[in-house]
Design a protein around this ligand. Structure first.
Ligand code: PLP
Length: 455
């Protein structure tokens, strides 16, 4: 019997067994490496997510170019996951390869500013509309510093995030709702994080108003459209209410464009004319070379002030907001960021990727219709997401209710066996600057092949 997704659960199990067996059989070298790696690395991978994110064993990658990458067994994949959006520039984009090679030859790490810092900050300022910028190595660290600045600016501790969010592996935002209570999301976190956070549903203006009312929230940290629980678009007027309500109670607003920066030049902040106090970026802004950044208003920037007195060696209160790191804003990351933003992520690239994203969403809808299913597709620019439900959800709870993890896992392994690297379960496919019309057609064709096999 077909379940809510319209696909029979028995058929899913049957296909899954065959596809998983094929996946392993066709990747003997990856399987061997995993075995060997288990001797020196927990779970057999250099970073646990490389095992965590997939229901099949990880493939070991040999190289990537453009919209494709290859594994050590010689399998080639059309990449629709693009490394959780961090490879939006395509793999090994020529301008970034050149800039990084040149910079490496000239020295990469001085703990001093170099030739790329000013052009990069000026570019970000013009592109995203916030006047002042600081650089880290990741979006997680950018969000961490933004939270500290907001706490200092407001004299409050609480951070408000939306259910289904992900803003990186910083303690302050790794909280979830359980039976209406905020609790730590992972093991290893101090229980105190829950007391410093509030979590409400996206698009829920009533709860927002209620939770902000005590005037103890330092910062609302939000993606403009949520990307880590499917793709959840804001309802009309939501962002207007969010900005109005936060201003009314003296709460600061940070818009996290780490993922959504792929959808529009200047992000959705520019497209939708949002007015955040902070804006955070990462992942693809340096073509996947480690670089995070945050923009801020002049008022917030004034908090990054020098200490009032000279430092003693260490071990005394400094009177400064805690920002910085030895490798932050290193010359290599800045060179990569400048080349990626000015030579790869151009206005023209956004016009092309948005058009391809539209074709991808249209193709997915066509394949779903042809299979007689009632699934929905959300899309903005280069990014899309399909849901196993008629109406695309608008909050985290709705997205979880529409989900079917076994079906998603099957789609991913079925596609991998046919040379397509589908996105992670929480995300949805994205075209990169390197994708072509033919790539999108191929992706949609194999998606249709899956639906034909499963229905
Ligand atoms: C919206 C958002 N913000 C921040 C991050 C953290 O990025 P990173 O892991 O590169 O620090 C992510 C990662 O998925 C993200 O989706």
């Amino acid at each position: 019997m077909a379940d809510l997704t319209g696909i029979d659960a028995g058929r899913v199990r049957q296909l899954e067994a065959a596809e998983k067996a094929r996946f392993v059989a066709e990747r003997p070298r990856s399987v061997d490496r995993l075995e060997q790696a288990r001797k020196t690395m927990p779970r057999g991978v250099p970073m646990s997510w490389m095992d965590d994110l997939y229901e099949h064993p990880p493939v070991w990658v040999s190289y990537g170019k453009g919209a494709y990458f290859s594994d050590v067994d010689g399998n080639e994949y059309l990449d629709m996951y693009i490394a959780d959006m961090s490879a939006f520039c395509g793999h090994a984009p020529d301008p970034v390869v050149e800039a990084v090679s040149r910079r490496m030859g000239l020295g990469n790490q001085f703990l001093l500013p170099g030739e790329d810092a000013i052009p990069l900050a000026e570019h970000l300022s013009a592109r995203y509309g916030l006047p002042k910028w600081q650089f880290t190595l990741s979006a997680t660290q950018a969000n961490t510093e933004v939270i500290r600045l907001a706490r200092e600016a407001t004299g409050r501790e609480i951070v408000l995030v939306f259910d289904g969010k992900y803003h990186g592996h910083g303690d302050a935002t790794m909280v979830v709702l359980e039976d209406g209570e905020v609790v730590p999301e992972y093991d290893g976190l101090p229980s105190g994080v829950a007391g410093q956070a509030r979590v409400i549903g996206f698009n829920d203006v009533g709860s927002l108003e209620r939770v902000l009312a005590p005037r103890d929230v330092a910062l609302v940290l939000a993606e403009p459209a949520m990307t880590n629980a499917g793709f959840l678009l804001p309802e009309d007027g939501f962002h207007g209410s969010l900005r109005r309500l936060t201003r009314e109670v003296g709460t600061l607003l940070a818009i996290d464009e780490t993922h959504t920066l792929v959808t529009a030049y200047g992000g959705l902040t520019r497209k939708w004319e949002l007015e955040p106090d902070f804006l955070t970026l990462g992942k693809s802004i340096a073509a996947g070379v480690p670089l995070g950044a945050y923009g801020m208003t002049d008022e917030m920037a004034s908090l990054i002030a020098p200490p009032e007195e000279s430092y003693v060696v260490s071990g005394a209160v400094t009177g400064e907001v805690a920002t910085g790191g030895t490798l932050f804003a290193n010359a290599l990351s800045l060179a990569a960021g400048r080349a990626a933003l000015t030579e790869v992520l151009t206005q023209d690239a956004y016009r092309r990727t948005a058009a391809l994203g539209g074709k991808m969403a249209g193709g997915l809808r066509g394949a779903i219709d042809e299979a007689g299913l009632r699934w929905s597709v959300a899309q903005e620019g280069a990014h899309a997401c399909y849901f196993f439900e008629t109406v695309a959800p608008r909050d985290g709870a709705g997205s979880r209710a529409a989900d079917d993890p076994d079906l998603r896992a099957l789609i991913r392994v079925f596609m991998a066996n046919r040379g397509v690297w589908e996105s992670g379960w929480w995300l949805g496919p994205t075209v990169s600057v390197a994708h072509t019309d033919a790539d999108v057609q191929r992706y949609v064709g194999i998606f249709g092949e899956f639906l034909a096999a499963a229905t």
